[in-house]
Design a protein around this ligand. Sequence first.
Ligand SMILES: Cc1ncc(COP(=O)(O)O)c(C=O)c1O
Length: 432
Amino acid sequence: MEGTSTFHLPSTDHVRYTNGVLSLDGLALDDVVAEVGSPAYVYSLDVMAAAMERARVAFAPLGGEVSYSVKANSNLAVLARMVRMGAGFDVVSGGELSRVLAVGGDPARTTFAGVGKTDEELALAVRHDVLVNIESSDECEALNRVAAALGRTVRCGIRINPGVTVDTLAPMQTGSAKAKFGVPATEARALVDAWLAGRYPRLTPVGVHMHVGSQVPEPSGVVRGCEVLLDVLEYAQQRGLEEFRRFDIGGGFPIDYGGPAVPTVEDFAAALTPLLGGRSELDVYLEPGRSIAGPAGVLVAKVLYRKHRPGQRMLVLDTGMHHLIRPALYRTDVHRILPVVHGPSAGPTVVVGPVCESTDTFSEHAELPDLVPGDLVAFMDAGAYGMVMASHYNTNRNPPEVVVENGVARVSRPREEWSSLYASEVWSQGVS
Ligand SMILES: Cc1ncc(COP(=O)(O)O)c(C=O)c1O
């Protein structure tokens, strides 16, 4: 990092100014754009791998195993790197499961969560021996029926809604009593009773699961959630379900988007140690996504035009909410925006995208130099919930994804062609 920088760089050091140019893992981002064009997502696979390893080490004293939550970034090169390091996976759709299978991920170490799994998705999971974390008694019926039709059994966990509200943005709260996710503890106990009564003969219950939210700002909500899970697990074990040992605490570890300081994964492990330490009756699992992929990636974009509101400077970029929707979704400028070529800040700048929605605004007050058309900017911490949430709104195409490994960059997914956006559509009745 240059000592004179007026910009708030990430706390990790893989993104830094080198000779005045922003680089990721030592690769100058203007060079990357010269090669692949703008906009472009760029990810460091080594940084993602290091974050996985860090989580593993932090939770090792609790016997924790780390799965990667695919929803954060499902790029195949990312998943393949996770496979190479022996990670399990957390998926939430048949599509995500297909991606994991495509890169040789171990289905036996993959778990499937989600409130609305279809029969088709359940069948895919059953056929591949994927553990299904069920979220309602209706889903138990459906899974039992699907497994029976395939002549198979399936391992499953109960996703519990612990009734815990964590202090994160409301859309990212998933563990409060009103949330659609999981079943309350009372219903979880009833499911255990139903299993013991032989109601779901095709399901092999193996444990409990939760995910109380994402970007969780401090560990107490996770600890409270785990207390609820422990009650259910003990209830099941006391009634003879000895193989009911799986204790999946979900993901949610926060990253430094440039706001208030956030606790580390080690802080979460330490907070959970009094409750979970030394418990040989538990197999602890975690499934982080954001903390693995987020800081590892940036979205580089180009200034197209300058516009002026009364008293304000405004830049229009060649990327928008169709590529990075988080600022529009959460109505807050959640990503730091840095100039690719370092220069003194010219004061607060409004940064917008080209999409025909006023919410296509990245920031109302980004600190940027006096940029002109053609200059580049980079969105920090865009490796998670970036490209995976991209859309084709306004029939825009998606940017390429570039992955960097051992200092070498390669295009993992090329920029889409205009024609690929409608190639599969049928526009005539085909009458000759
Ligand atoms: C069930 C489940 N596990 C893990 C995650 C990953 O969360 P994060 O990216 O905050 O670590 C999510 C995110 O929504 C989730 O729903």
